[in-house]
Design a protein around this ligand. Structure first.
Ligand code: NAD
Ligand code: ZN
Ligand code: ZN
Length: 341
């Protein structure tokens, strides 16, 4: 079968000679419908955040059950499913509570399919356990694949701050790409707060407005923090969601977050933050959430089935993977690219 393989730093190739896996025990073989192309793949490819290994990329996957191992119950061939991405041990307390993204054993194992183990940029994907599948019913797997990350990650980040996101408050969203464009929609659906969107191109800022941001600020502007503070007034933004995670965006967040607010860094841009007592308002919670839980993914499916969130996707063939990564690197993907076997 065909697959997009990571062979090491800056070395990604499409191969045609992989064996179609056969599931045993609780494993499930998925016929891949779509595999989303996440910016985290670029951190792996360009920075080697998963050193040494060779594996099939793609951690944002959806498709149809092709074959099940002998002990799998409740799934049959043709069922449309999402593949939950952060694979934990399945036994520890966070895993039992469905938060495999915070598995006690994360430091001892690969992060999941496409993140050290074989992922979904292939004709078929072997999933180690049926507990990692979430049914999508009438949703199209091609459109649904990015729900597993581009929607789940901002959803879980926003849920942490829900009690602060009241209608008289402001929320800043930095980076209106794959995750950020869904974050704006989730904020509109689940909170009443006014949304201030930041990106570095006029096109992305116009896109944010279309999706329901009330204000936009170009974070390249030297006075971006002042522009945000002019919008919010003295109270500043109760929540800042940073989907870039560069030093400059973390600094922008620290300058614009309110007293007792949340500064939530989701982006893995390698930024640094130098804490000093006067550099961050009192009471701020600085957090770096990772992905979301299995049950939160079910909630995200609920949002999508009710058409409350829409993922802007661009479709490509598996063979175009290298070209698509270049486009993503150059900021040329609006919303999310999805590879379709
Ligand atoms: P993307 O490439 O689709 O979008 C990034 C957006 O940020 C683009 O619109 C780009 O123009 C914008 N941008 C870049 N520099 C900027 C700046 N200085 N100020 C404002 N905007 C800027 O990326 P994505 O797939 O949405 O991923 C975003 C980040 O989140 C990546 O670092 C990715 O690795 C990370 N991520 C983290 C998690 C997690 O669980 N913590 C999960 C998925 C992705
Ligand atoms: Zn991702
Ligand atoms: Zn665990």
């Amino acid at each position: 079968m065909k697959a997009v393989r990571y062979f090491g730093l800056k070395d990604v190739r499409v191969v045609n000679d992989l064996e179609k896996p056969v599931p045993s025990g609780d494993e499930v073989l998925i016929k891949v419908g779509g595999a989303g192309v996440c910016h985290s793949d670029l951190h792996i490819i360009d920075e080697g955040t998963v050193p040494g290994a060779q594996f099939t990329l793609g951690h944002e996957n959806a498709g149809w059950v092709e074959e099940v191992g002998t002990s799998v119950k409740g799934y049959k061939m043709g069922d449309a499913v999402l593949v939950y991405g952060p694979w934990g041990c399945g036994h520890c307390k966070p895993c039992q509570q469905s938060s495999e993204n915070y598995c006690d054993h994360q430091s001892e194992q690969a992060y999941g399919g496409g993140l050290g183990l074989n992922g979904g940029m292939a004709d078929y994907m072997l999933v180690p356990s049926s507990r990692l599948l979430v049914p999508i019913f009438d949703l199209d797997p091609v459109i649904a694949a990015p729900l597993t990350d581009a929607a789940l990650t901002p959803y879980a980040a926003i849920k942490r701050s829900l009690e602060k996101l009241m209608p008289d408050e402001y929320v800043v969203v930095i980076g209106i790409g794959g995750l950020g464009h869904v974050a704006i929609q989730i904020l509109n659906e689940m909170t009443g707060s006014a949304i201030i969107a930041c990106d570095i191109t006029p096109e992305r800022l116009a896109f944010a407005k279309e999706l329901g941001a009330s204000h936009t600020v170009n974070s390249k502007d030297a006075d971006a923090a002042d522009q945000i503070r002019r919008i919010t007034g003295i109270k500043k933004a109760k929540v800042v969601l940073d989907f870039v995670g560069a030093s400059s965006t973390i600094e922008l967040g620290a300058k614009t977050v309110a007293l007792d607010g949340d500064l939530t860094i989701v982006g893995l841009g390698g930024g640094r933050f130098q804490y000093n007592m006067m550099g961050l308002p009192f009471g701020v919670r600085l957090t770096n959430p990772y992905w979301g839980s299995r049950t939160e993914l079910m909630e995200v499916v609920g949002l999508a089935r009710q058409k409350k969130i829409h993922i802007e996707i661009e479709r490509f063939k598996l063979d175009q993977a290298v070209e698509v990564y270049d486009k993503l690197r150059n900021g040329q993907i609006k919303g999310r690219a999805v590879l379709i076997p």
